[in-house]
Design a binder for this molecule. Structure first.
Ligand SMILES: O=C(O)CC1=CCC(=O)O1
Length: 97
């Protein structure tokens, strides 16, 4: 199952720099592990914003929720999830609807 996720990060201005750096490092490691596992299949920066567009390929709503809520930055981000279905005009897949 594919999901489009927009993540908007809002780090508090008074967060100490070393705490911020540590969380961002943990986020990167976790994100790269999920990419290697084939679950986080796209990760794009939204130009000019501390935000990203991502696409996840996971087995269920529950799996996506677990992944997102385990993000080290989860406390500091808004997430907007859109489930994706195949499009009948997409020449790269054989969706029937
Ligand atoms: O910087 C972001 O958009 C938040 C984020 C997601 C994965 C990562 O490494 O950073």
């Amino acid at each position: 199952m594919l999901y489009h996720v927009r993540m908007d990060v809002h780090l508090p201005h008074d967060l100490p720099g070393d705490t911020r750096d540590q969380i961002v490092r943990q986020e990167r490691d976790y994100a790269q592990q999920l990419q290697r596992e084939g679950k986080w299949i796209h990760l794009w920066r939204i130009v000019g914003e501390y935000s990203n567009y991502s696409v996840f390929d996971v087995d269920s709503n529950d799996e996506l929720h677990a992944i997102l809520s385990n993000l080290p930055l989860f406390t500091y981000m808004e997430t907007h999830v859109t489930p994706l279905a195949g499009h009948p005009s997409d020449i790269h897949q054989s969706a029937s609807t």
